[in-house]
Design a binder for this molecule. Structure first.
Ligand SMILES: [Zn+2]
Ligand SMILES: [Zn+2]
Ligand SMILES: [Zn+2]
Length: 207
């Protein structure tokens, strides 16, 4: 008979990858365990004092390490999720492999959203969510026929991303259309436009 196994999973706050490993119930009853990320910079620790389990969970959502005390039934039998006190989301899972894997996948998506909200680099954009939305809206407008054109007649343009705006620059005449990307209103304004016209020179190409 194969040994009964328990899978532990969390999201590494250092490298952002999911970490998953199984330990046998026998081993968990006998000694402490450590589930280390392949990057070597974080590890989920499980300590057993003969009565309860104390878990140290590196949190991929807030970056801190959370401590949880669980009875043996939670660690050795049921499917258990451990919460992050800061984000009020689950940040680690214990249970059958399939359950842990599925929950980790959802956690990865959640963490990605949180990152976008925080901004990878706080200096980069005034509001990274708005910037992200504005860029995807621009992409949609650009995908329409003649979605982005210049008054000079050109349909060639470049995009310069600034801290709180996106500049569309005509490649032929150099005219510029600034699309603000700082507030919800900027986004609403942009969404009203089916097409954008860079206010390029109306000068004709005649000789
Ligand atoms: Zn890692
Ligand atoms: Zn946390
Ligand atoms: Zn132009």
């Amino acid at each position: 008979m194969s040994e009964e196994m328990r899978t532990f999973g969390y999201l590494c706050p250092k490298c952002g990858k999911t970490v998953m490993a199984a330990r046998s119930v026998f081993a968990l009853e006998a000694s402490n365990a450590e589930i280390e990320c392949a990057c070597g910079d974080s590890a989920l620790r499980v300590e057993f004092d003969g009565e309860n389990y104390r878990l140290y969970v590196p949190c991929g959502l807030c970056g801190q390490t959370h401590t949880a005390v669980c009875g043996p039934e939670r660690v050795l039998r049921n499917a258990t999720a451990l919460g992050c006190a800061k984000t009020r989301q689950f940040c680690a899972f214990i249970g059958p492999e399939g359950t842990v894997e599925k929950n980790l996948r959802e956690l990865t998506i959640l963490a990605e959203k949180e990152r976008r909200r925080d901004g990878e680099d706080p200096e980069a954009f005034l509001d990274s969510v708005i910037m992200y939305e504005v860029l995807s809206e621009l992409k949609e407008i650009a995908a329409r026929k003649d979605g982005i054109t210049c008054g000079c007649g050109s349909i060639q343009y470049g995009m310069e991303i600034r801290r709180s705006a996106v500049d569309l620059v005509c490649r032929r005449c150099g005219a510029k259309l600034r699309v603000p990307a700082a507030t919800d209103r900027d986004l609403d304004d942009l969404c009203c436009h089916m097409r954008l016209v860079i206010p390029g020179g109306t000068r004709t190409e005649r000789n």
